[in-house]
Design a protein around this ligand. Structure first.
Ligand code: GLN
Ligand code: ZN
Length: 766
C-alpha cells in the first residue's frame, strides 16, 4: 500500500473558472448541444483542473489530487452509482441496467408530473444536495461507472488521482423514505444491501488504478439528522468492517468534514481503514487520540468554508499537535471540499490589492496545503518564509483602515434597543393602517425580465448613464405598482428591479464589504452565487432603498412595503470576517439596517419587511451550539427592527416551511407579520403554527413560485380555507411562497389574479 499523500484537498470546485460547466449543462438541457459535446467539455474541465492542481504543487502520482467532479451533485452521484433512484424514474434505465447522463439529469430536475428529488441544504454550507429516496423496494446495483472511467481518464493523462464518493452511511442517513416505503421505514436499514455495491465499486476503482479512495462521511459529525450519533457510529462501524474487509480495494480514507467527530473518532480509529480526515477548523484538537493502528490522521486545517488566508503558522501548529498526541502519520488537508470557495483570487483584478493579500480562494488554499505538507516533512524552518508572509498579512489585515472603524464601534447598545413596545400596543397602533381581513400582498420581487437584467448589466459596465438607468427603474416601478393596483392587492411592493441579488445589493451599498467579479460558488446543480466579502466594520454611508420605496409610495394610496434583507441572511450568504464573533458582525449590519428603517419611516413608509430566509440555514450542526446561535441571530434581527415605531408594521419572510424546528426563534423575532413557504406542503405548516400558539400575523404561501405552474382559484381557495379553519382570521395574510423574481410575467399575473379571486371568495364567507 502506498502512503497517504502528505498534503491534499478534500475536493475542488467543479463548475469551472468561468462557470463553463454551468453553460454546457444548460446548453445540453436546452438541446443546443448534444451529450457528446457536454461530455467533452466536462473532460476538458477535469483535465484543466488536474493540470492546475499539479502546477500548484499537488503530486501527479501520489493520490493527492481528488477526483471530485460532478455534473450536478455529489449525493445524486452516489445514489445513481448504487442505483438508488425512485420507482417513478426506473423506466429511464438503460437495457443493461445502468443510468445514463440524461436520466441522471431527469432525476435531478423532474419530468412532467414526475417530481424531481427534493433539494436541501448540505450540512452548514450554502450548497444544496438532492435527497435520495430509498425504500424496501430500492434495488441496489452498480448503475454507473463514471467514477471508474474518470480514474482511468486521469491515468491516461499521467495522473494517479484519488476518487471521492459520498460514503454509504451518509448516503442513507441523508435519504428519506421512498413513497412506497411503509410508515416509519428507515433508509439506514438498507445498509448491508448498499455495502455490497460499494464493495463492487471499490474493486473496480482498484482495477482502474486507484490506490486510495475517499469516502465522504459528514453525516458522522451531525447532530441534526434523524439518526442519532450512536446509530450513525454503529452504521459506520458495520460499513467499514465490510468495506475494509474487502480483498480487492484501494486504501480507504474516510473524511468527516463540517464539525468535530467526537465520539465517532474511536469508531473510525478501530475500523480496518487506512486514513481518517478530521475537521480542525470547526472542531478542536482532540484531548487525546485513540489507538490508530498506523492510520494516517488527515488534519483539515485550511478552512474550506471561507476565503481568508488565515493563520498558516497556527495551522501547522495544529498538525504538529496531532503528532505530539502520538499520531505517527499526519497529513495536511482542507477542512471541507473547496467546493464552497471560488477558484482563484488572482482573477480578481478589480479588488483592492491589499484586500487580495488577505485572501485565499481554492487555488491559494492548495498552495497553503503544499506549504504545510512541506513543513510537516522537512520541519518548520523549511517553510518559515511562507509562514511569516501569512502572519504578516494577518497582522496587516488587523491594522488596516476600515477593519476596525472607531465610529462603528462607538455606537453603544442598550438592552432596550433590542425590543419594541408590546405586541398588543403595536397591534392597536397599526389599526390605523386600515387593512382588510386576509390582506393580500407579495414577498417583494417581481419578475426580473431580460430587459431589467440587460439594463443593470449595461449600467454596471458604464454604458448607460446613471440618470437613464434610474429613469428606467422608475418606469419599472410605475408598471409594477399599476399592475398590483389593477390586480387588487392590498399592500404593494416596488418590485426590487434594482437588485441583482438580495444580499449583494446591500453589500454594494454598505461599507465593510467588497464584491468579486469571478467569485462564483456552486449553490446547487447549475446554479452558482457570488458571495460578497464582509471584511471590515459595517456601516451605511447613505440611505440604500429609501428613494425607491418612497417613489413607489408616491404612486399609490395603498401602503407600499419597504424591503430589506436581514442581518443573519446578509452574513449567511457572504464570506464573513473570521476575526471576531459572528454575533458582533451581525449587530453592525443590524445597526445599518436600523438606520435604514428610520429613514424609511421618515419617508412615509409604514410597513417594512426584513427578510431572514437564512435564519434556519446557519443553525449549527451540534446541539450544544444551537442555543447560542439562535440567541445572537434573533438579537441581531431585533436590533435591526427594534427602533421601529409602534405604528410601523414589521414583516419578516422565511423561505421554508419547517416552522417547528425554529418556532421559538421565530416567535422571538417578534415581527408583526411572518410570511412562510406553505403551498408545496399544502398548508401543513398552518397546523404547526396553530399548535405552537404563535399569535402574531402569519402569511402562509399559497403559490409555489418554484414552478411555472399557475394554481387555480379553487386550489388556492382550498388552501386558504384550510388556513382559516386552523387560525384566527385576524392573524392571516395572503401571499405567494416567496419572491417572484425567477418567474415570467404571464404566469405571475395569472397566479396573482387567481390568488385575489380566491381571497375574495373566502372573505365573503367569513
Ligand atoms: N424579498 C425577496 C424577494 O421577494 C425575498 C427573497 C427570498 O426570500 N429569498 O425576492
Ligand atoms: Zn423566500
Amino acid at each position: 500500500m502506498t502512503a497517504f499523500p502528505a498534503g491534499t484537498i478534500l475536493g475542488y470546485p467543479r463548475i469551472g473558472r468561468r462557470r463553463e460547466l454551468k453553460k454546457a449543462v444548460e446548453a445540453f438541457w436546452a438541446g443546443r448541444i448534444d451529450e457528446q459535446s457536454l461530455r467533452a467539455t466536462a473532460a476538458e474541465l477535469r483535465a484543466a483542473n488536474r493540470e492546475r492542481l499539479a502546477e500548484l504543487g499537488l503530486g501527479r502520482e501520489d493520490s493527492a489530487i481528488p477526483e471530485s467532479f460532478s455534473y450536478y451533485d455529489q449525493v445524486l452521484d452516489a445514489a445513481v452509482t448504487v442505483g438508488a433512484i425512485p420507482t417513478r424514474f426506473e423506466h429511464l434505465r438503460e437495457q443493461d441496467g445502468t443510468i445514463g447522463l440524461p436520466a441522471y439529469f431527469t432525476v435531478a430536475r423532474g419530468e412532467g408530473d414526475r417530481a424531481p428529488l427534493e433539494m436541501t441544504k448540505w450540512f452548514d454550507s450554502n450548497y444544496h444536495y438532492l435527497v435520495p429516496e430509498i425504500g424496501p423496494e430500492t434495488a441496489f446495483s452498480l448503475s454507473s461507472d463514471r467514477l471508474v472511467r474518470e480514474v482511468a481518464e486521469a491515468a491516461d493523462a499521467g495522473f494517479r488521482t484519488r476518487p471521492v464518493i459520498v460514503g454509504p452511511v451518509t448516503l442513507l442517513a441523508l435519504a428519506k423514505a421512498s413513497d412506497d416505503a411503509p410508515e416509519g421505514f428507515d433508509p439506514l436499514s438498507r445498509l448491508d444491501d448498499v455495502l455490497a455495491v460499494y464493495a463492487e465499486l471499490l474493486a473496480k476503482l482498484k482495477a482502474a488504478g486507484a490506490e486510495w479512495v475517499q469516502l465522504d462521511e459528514p453525516a458522522l459529525v451531525s447532530e441534526s439528522l434523524p439518526a442519532s450519533t450512536a446509530q450513525l457510529a454503529d452504521a459506520a462501524q458495520r460499513a467499514l468492517a465490510v468495506l475494509g474487509g474487502a480483498v480487492q480495494r484501494p486504501a480507504i480514507f474516510v473524511a468527516a468534514p463540517y464539525a468535530e467527530l467526537g465520539d465517532v473518532l474511536p469508531v473510525l480509529a478501530a475500523a480496518p481503514i487506512e486514513a481518517i480526515g478530521i475537521d480542525l477548523v470547526r472542531g478542536g484538537i482532540p484531548a487525546s487520540l485513540p489507538e490508530l493502528n498506523g492510520k494516517t490522521v488527515v488534519g483539515g486545517v485550511i478552512d474550506g468554508h471561507n476565503i481568508w488566508r488565515g493563520d498558516l503558522d497556527g495551522a501547522l501548529g495544529k498538525l504538529e499537535a496531532l503528532r505530539a498526541l502520538g499520531a505517527e502519520s499526519v497529513s495536511a488537508s482542507t477542512s471541507t471540499s473547496l467546493l464552497h470557495v471560488p477558484h482563484d483570487v488572482q482573477e480578481e483584478t478589480k479588488l483592492d490589492r491589499r484586500l487580495v493579500s488577505w485572501l485565499a480562494f481554492a487555488d491559494q488554499k492548495v498552495g497553503q496545503i503544499v506549504t504545510l505538507a512541506q513543513g510537516l516533512a522537512e520541519g518548520r524552518q523549511a517553510v518559515a518564509a511562507e509562514l511569516d508572509a501569512a502572519s504578516a498579512a494577518l497582522a496587516d489585515r488587523h491594522d488596516a483602515p476600515g477593519v476596525l472603524d472607531g465610529s462603528v464601534r462607538a455606537r453603544a447598545l442598550a438592552e432596550g434597543d433590542f425590543s419594541r413596545v408590546s405586541y398588543e400596543e403595536r397591534k392597536s397602533a397599526q389599526e390605523a393602517l386600515n387593512l382588510p381581513a386576509l390582506p393580500l400582498t407579495t414577498i417583494g420581487s417581481f419578475p426580473q425580465t431580460a430587459d431589467i437584467r440587460r439594463a443593470r448589466a449595461q449600467f454596471g459596465r458604464g454604458e448607460v448613464p446613471q440618470d437613464d438607468y434610474e429613469a428606467f427603474l422608475r418606469s419599472e416601478i410605475d408598471r409594477v405598482v399599476a399592475l398590483q393596483e389593477e390586480l387588487g392587492l392590498d399592500v404593494l411592493v416596488h418590485g426590487e428591479a434594482e437588485r441583482n441579488d438580495m444580499v449583494q445589493y446591500f453589500a454594494e451599498h454598505l461599507d465593510g464589504f467588497a464584491v468579486t467579479e469571478h467569485g462564483w460558488v456552486q449553490s446547487y446543480g447549475s446554479r452558482a452565487t457570488r458571495p460578497s466579502i464582509l471584511w471590515g466594520d459595517v456601516s451605511r454611508p447613505a440611505p440604500i432603498t429609501v428613494s425607491w420605496a418612497a417613489y413607489a409610495q408616491s404612486l399609490s394610496a395603498k401602503h407600499v412595503k419597504g424591503m430589506l434583507t436581514g442581518p443573519v441572511t446578509i452574513l449567511a450568504w457572504s464570506f464573513v470576517r473570521d476575526d471576531q464573533p459572528l454575533a458582533e458582525t451581525a449587530n453592525q449590519v443590524a445597526l445599518a439596517l436600523r438606520d435604514e428603517i428610520a429613514d424609511l419611516e421618515q419617508a412615509g413608509i409604514e410597513i417594512i419587511q426584513v427578510d431572514e430566509p437564512a435564519l434556519r440555514e446557519l443553525l449549527p450542526l451540534k446541539k450544544a451550539d444551537q442555543a447560542a446561535y439562535l440567541d445572537w441571530s434573533v438579537r441581531s434581527f431585533r436590533l435591526a427592527t427594534g427602533g421601529a415605531a409602534a405604528g410601523t408594521q414589521v414583516h419578516t419572510h422565511l423561505c421554508y416551511s419547517e416552522f417547528g424546528v425554529v418556532i421559538d426563534a421565530i416567535r422571538a423575532l417578534d415581527a408583526d407579520v411572518t410570511s412562510i413557504e406553505a403551498a408545496r406542503s399544502r398548508m401543513e405548516v398552518v397546523a404547526d403554527v396553530a399548535r405552537s400558539g404563535f399569535d402574531h400575523g402569519v402569511g402562509p404561501g399559497v403559490y409555489d413560485i418554484h414552478s411555472p405552474r399557475v394554481p387555480s382559484v379553487d386550489e388556492i381557495e382550498q388552501l386558504l380555507r384550510r388556513a382559516v379553519d386552523e387560525l384566527p382570521l385576524q392573524q392571516l395574510w395572503v401571499n405567494p411562497d416567496c419572491g417572484l423574481k425567477t418567474r415570467g410575467y404571464d404566469e405571475t399575473v395569472a397566479s396573482l389574479h387567481n390568488i385575489v379571486e380566491a381571497t375574495h371568495r373566502v372573505r365573503e364567507d367569513v
